[in-house]
Design a protein around this ligand. Structure first.
Ligand code: G6P
Length: 372
């Protein structure tokens, strides 16, 4: 109803505006004096010292959050992480034992594919942790432990604020594991926590600054038949998420690619007028992939692509090569995707609106898929 939307035209618009708060609330009370405190994981204390592998299982947007979790957990806790779609996982006799931590990620906590994968993992000796947004739902009840995201109820079918909350929770898990296993010292943990805590203000800035320009772009593109998304490293899952949003909301063909993979096939798709969103890494980081991504932009531009870059404020190097630049504030590399994803959420919504579609209830989709 209109009252539930609190004056917003759609749940989706409301929920995108709540992305900063979703991160803030997921962080709330979970650190003290520069250290992560997650009493929810106490029951796994011994296990977390012994595991030699993490497997993240999820579907849809939650699986892309899982991919970002992989980058952070491996970087900080030095534990190998696999990310798998729940419905693929349990049908291929996966290798599991008591040293495997299976982390499920689900907004609803009711996705049947993920639930069945969690049960399968437990039956095969793995320990299970649920990252979930819905208190008391089935997947947390079937898991050894649960780390709730606090994004608040998400009503629009396509997930937005739950995604940034899931990434936040996975990053907290990564820092918790790093503390438990001594792979990061206190100062490093504190520095990453500060990055996380700075995100809500930066997210506010993105929602504030990007919305109207993106709405204009979406109107201008309302006849577009296909959109590509390129990203590298943590920009890659963001590209996949941007593409999924366009499929779900605007019913147009969209694909996300790892920018390095372009030359191995996808570049053949580029023809004059093809719209390509590119998530550009920060140029400030010494190990940055920025020059490589800028050269990818040049390659597709030379073939006629229209490039919309998502780039850091102050990144001037990208300007001559992009048709449009959407700016995000500076964040350390692992934290950029939480900022870069917001313009893509807004774009999916605005393009659907420009086409006159129902952004909250896209055709053929359900908020929680409780069948296999
Ligand atoms: C459905 C929704 C997606 C969501 C996926 C996983 O397919 O349309 O937006 O990402 O389920 O849902 P979950 O509740 O498990 O996060």
């Amino acid at each position: 109803s209109a009252a539930e939307k609190g004056g917003w035209p759609s749940f989706m618009k409301k929920e995108i505006s709540e992305e900063p708060e979703a991160v803030a609330k997921t962080l709330l009370g979970r650190s003290h004096d520069g250290a992560v405190t997650l009493p929810e994981l106490d029951s796994l204390h011994d296990v977390l010292g012994e595991i030699n592998r993490v497997v993240v299982i999820a579907c849809g947007t939650a699986a892309y959050a899982g991919m970002l979790g992989k980058y952070a957990i491996e970087a900080w806790a030095r534990i190998p992480v696999d990310v798998e779609l729940s419905h693929e996982f349990r049908y291929r006799d996966p290798v599991l034992d008591g040293r495997t931590l299976v982390v499920s990620v689900s907004q609803s906590g009711e996705t049947m594919d993920t639930l069945m994968a969690v049960k399968y993992a437990a039956q095969h000796g793995a320990r299970t942790l649920s990252i979930c947004n819905t208190q008391g739902s089935t997947i947390p009840r079937e898991s050894d432990a649960v780390l709730y995201t606090h994004a608040g109820p998400e009503v629009a079918v396509a997930s937005t604020k739950a995604f940034v909350a899931q990434v936040t929770a996975l990053y907290l898990l990564g820092l918790h594991l790093a503390q438990r296993r001594g792979t990061l010292d206190g100062a490093h943990v504190a520095a990453q926590l500060t990055e996380l805590q700075n995100l809500p203000d930066k997210l506010d800035q993105v929602v504030e600054s990007a919305s109207s320009r993106i709405a204009e772009l979406a109107h201008w593109m309302s006849d577009t038949q296909s959109v590509l998304f390129l990203g590298r490293h943590v920009g890659y899952p963001v590209a996949l998420e941007g593409a999924l949003k366009l499929k779900e909301l605007a019913y147009i063909h969209a694909e996300g690619f790892a920018a390095g993979e372009l030359k191995h096939g996808p570049i053949a798709l580029i023809e004059p007028g093809q719209i390509v969103f590119v998530i550009v890494p920060s140029p400030r980081d010494p190990s940055s992939l920025h020059p490589k991504v800028v050269s990818n932009i040049q390659e597709i531009r030379a073939r006629g692509a229209r490039v919309i870059a998502i780039a850091e404020i102050g990144d001037v190097a990208v300007v001559p090569f992009a048709d449009e630049v959407i700016r995000i504030p500076f964040a350390a590399p692992l934290f950029e995707p939480l900022l870069a994803v917001v313009p893509l959420h807004i774009f999916g919504m605005e393009l659907a609106m420009a086409k006159g579609l129902d952004v909250d209830q896209p055709r053929n989709l359900a908020k929680s898929v409780t069948v296999e």
